[in-house]
Design a protein around this ligand. Sequence first.
Ligand SMILES: N[C@@H](CCC(=O)N[C@@H](CS)C(=O)NCC(=O)O)C(=O)O
Length: 244
Amino acid sequence: MIELHYWPTPNGKKVTILLEECGLPYRVVECNIGKGDQFTDSFLAVNPNNRMPAMIDTEPADGGEPLGIFESGAIMMYIAEKAGQFYPQDVRTRYDVNQWIIWQMANQGPKTGEYGHFRRLKDTEGDQSYAVTRFGDEVNRMYGVMNNRLYDRRYLAGDTYTIADMICYPWTVSWEQQGQDIEEFPYFKRWFEELSERPGVQRGMAVGSDMQNDYSKLSDEEKGRLRALLYNQRARPAPEGGLL
Ligand SMILES: N[C@@H](CCC(=O)N[C@@H](CS)C(=O)NCC(=O)O)C(=O)O
């Protein structure tokens, strides 16, 4: 059984889309990143990077101890390999898939995330116009990268729907809020509309729609504790007694 530590963001939904598409049994463990679950010892034991998603396979193929994996790209490779679906193993397609997964993890995810971060900042944090322009241009450039890729092929890795498509899709559903005009990217639009119609994509996107935080009932003390935990995160000290 796959145990998925999850909160309903694009990085989490990549994985639920894949699990739904594969039809593998899985259990969602709520990792409420608005309340600091990503800092608990049990979570850090699976993901030292204190970010969700993370997963534990309680029945790995080698028959050994439960296997923990972090980073959504690695999780998707693992699940697709286990299911034997959506990750063709001929060398050319495999590396087409791999490069689009790495493109997503190194470009589309982080830069779109930073764009949202700087756009949401209040004036009290100073003038953000350079960062907003810089990341806004990058987001627009990346829609162009996908559009050009999809110009002469149905999916990002060719003729076959793969985890490369699933990993990119959740970051594009908010194209309008990201200030993009979908009509500017007709090949992307064709791909986006096809994926949006897939029942597995729809089920994966819906996972955790009931998971929300209502901060209005929290005391000022609790709000202050959360602010200190979640904002301006810096290095966590290693425990005493390590290998020197
Ligand atoms: N590269 C990581 C990124 C994961 C990530 O950034 N997760 C965010 C939610 S989308 C998170 O857990 N944030 C918690 C925090 O900022 O404290 C992956 O793809 O798994």
